[in-house]
Ligand binder design. Structure first.
Ligand code: ADP
Ligand code: MG
Length: 269
């Protein structure tokens, strides 16, 4: 991480309370961290710890109760122009009545490009995710893994500076998931985009990330920060067999187990 340049993302003391019948439930409590420009950061934490809540605050889809997110120097007050998001439910994030090409093109309308420029970006993005020639198909004609590739193509066609991903591969089979992980590493290296990748999968966080932040249970804070010194060239077999990988996943696993053992002190006041 470069300390000298301004971060691409600053999460500054973000807190989020949800109203409950009896009062409020504090999901996030003073979360603070920076993501450097060009970094690939993984956030890992137990189910229900507030990962999606945090992503929604950063993506400008929800207002935090306290604190703020700052993207590229500008406090977030709605979806930031430099940001694209890939969600877990590809089935719900693509429009079934629109062809693949039209789905990828949709967010580009916001950018004031000509039709020709939009088409060019769609073709390029579909090529990059290995889906050349599918522009005229409908999403439901494709497998789950391919649909998630369409969602990724849609995000990168937009050429975001910050790409937020919320458990994007949780619903696909293991082999597809491995391919998609490698796709993300490949796109990240080629495009130089800053990525925040949220997952509950420990191995995935270590395989993908340059750095892993482990979240606690609610009210959620950062429990641990782990640098992943596995080098830039990662391989599904060699990297995962590397003793350094085993050591890192054991550390992350230990932190998550400890987080789960903590009494859930989510203040349900
Ligand atoms: P994660 O993505 O890590 O699984 P979420 O951000 O979805 O976690 O949820 C964090 C906590 O906040 C959970 O306990 C969840 O039940 C609660 N929560 C999420 N959304 C709401 C909501 N709209 N109203 C009340 N509680 C919510
Ligand atoms: Mg979630």
């Amino acid at each position: 991480m470069s300390q000298d340049s301004a971060p691409m993302l600053r999460v500054n003391k973000i807190g989020k309370d949800y109203p409950t019948e009896g009062g409020v439930f504090t999901a996030l409590d003073e979360l603070t961290f920076d993501v450097a420009e060009g970094e690939l950061l993984c956030l890992v934490g137990p189910s229900g710890c507030g990962k999606t809540t945090l992503l929604r605050c950063v993506a400008g889809l929800m207002k935090p109760t306290r604190g703020e997110a700052i993207v590229d120097g500008t406090p977030v007050s709605g979806p930031p122009e430099a940001t694209a998001v890939v969600f877990q439910e590809y089935g719900r994030s693509l429009f079934p009545w629109m062809r693949v090409g039209a789905n990828v093109e949709l967010p580009l309308r916001r950018l004031g490009l000509t039709r020709g420029e939009r088409r060019e970006r769609v073709t390029e993005a579909l090529d990059l995710v290995g889906l050349s020639g599918t522009a005229r198909s409908y999403p439901w004609q494709l497998s789950g893994g391919m649909q998630q590739r369409v969602a990724i193509a849609r995000a990168i066609a937009y050429r975001p500076r910050l790409l937020l991903m919320d458990e994007p591969f949780a619903a696909v089979d293991a082999q597809t998931r491995a391919d998609l992980e490698d796709l993300i590493r490949d796109l990240w290296r080629r495009l130089g985009v800053t990525i925040v990748f949220i997952t509950h999968d420990i191995d995935e966080s270590v395989y993908l990330g340059q750095r892993v932040l482990v979240l606690s249970s609610p009210p959620t804070t950062i429990r641990a920060e782990i640098e992943v010194d596995l080098g830039a060239d990662r391989d599904q077999v060699d990297t995962r067999n590397d003793p350094a990988f085993a050591e890192l996943r054991t550390r992350v696993w230990g932190e998550i187990q400890a987080a789960k053992r903590e009494p859930s002190h989510g203040k349900r006041v």
